[in-house]
Design a protein around this ligand. Structure first.
Ligand code: SF4
Ligand code: SF4
Length: 205
């Protein structure tokens, strides 16, 4: 969930058509036409990434007269299905996965179960990835992967692929680093306890 109160405005006289803004926009809301940036307002979620990256300061963020909210309701989705998807992605449904917007795993899972198929769609629908854009892309990709979806990367620097997690560390590497104070198996046990607490909560209903 995110309240959008700012919108980017391009100064066409300043824009040199470099396309950097389009390459960083997490909602893929920008195109460059006739060497000028054009922003699709209906897709923009006001993160300011374009404004921060424009090399000639051609984009200003202006306050909207009527802020609005984007969010995906979870009440009309089977919560057991949400829990199953989150657990498959090794996340607790109530876990905040985007600290900038305080979006929880359950909302993103609900959006996927309702048909979202890419990080960009999830950003437009839930507002996730509209802050730092760094921390939340991994849980977003994990949730999509757990749903059997392999999204196509947009043609820019919006995100890279999945990075390894503690569950991917080979046994030989774990053994090597155990003696140096890295306790991967203990970490996995603790994380799984947190994730599976959601299943027990659902079963107890
Ligand atoms: S979503 Fe962010 S980067 Fe994209 S157009 Fe809106 S403010 Fe700019
Ligand atoms: S980054 Fe700035 S100069 Fe480059 S296309 Fe976007 S608005 Fe124009």
């Amino acid at each position: 969930m995110k309240v959008i109160s700012l919108k980017p405005v391009v100064d066409q006289a300043k824009c040199i058509g470099c396309g950097i803004c389009a390459k960083v926009c997490p909602a893929v809301a920008i195109t460059v036409t006739a060497k000028k940036a054009v922003i699709a307002e209906e897709h923009c979620r006001g993160c300011g990434g374009c404004n921060q990256r424009c090399p000639v300061e051609a984009i200003a963020m202006v306050r909207m007269e009527k802020p609005y909210q984007v969010a995906v309701a979870i009440d009309d989705v089977d919560y057991q299905a949400i829990t199953r998807l989150c657990v498959a992605a090794k996340l607790h449904p109530e876990q905040i996965i985007c600290y900038c917007t305080t979006t929880r795993a359950e909302e993103v899972a609900a959006a996927i179960l309702k048909g979202a198929r890419s990080p960009e769609e999830l950003s437009r629908q839930t507002g996730i990835r509209m802050g730092c854009k760094v921390e939340c892309i991994q849980p977003v990709l994990r949730l999509l992967q757990a749903a059997g979806i392999t999204p196509e990367r947009p043609p820019g620097y919006q995100w890279y692929g999945l990075t390894p997690t503690v569950w991917d560390i080979p046994e030989a590497v774990k053994a090597k680093y155990n003696s140096r104070g890295f306790y991967f198996d203990e970490d996995i046990k603790l994380l799984e306890q947190v994730v599976h607490a959601s299943v027990k909560k659902e079963e107890g209903k």
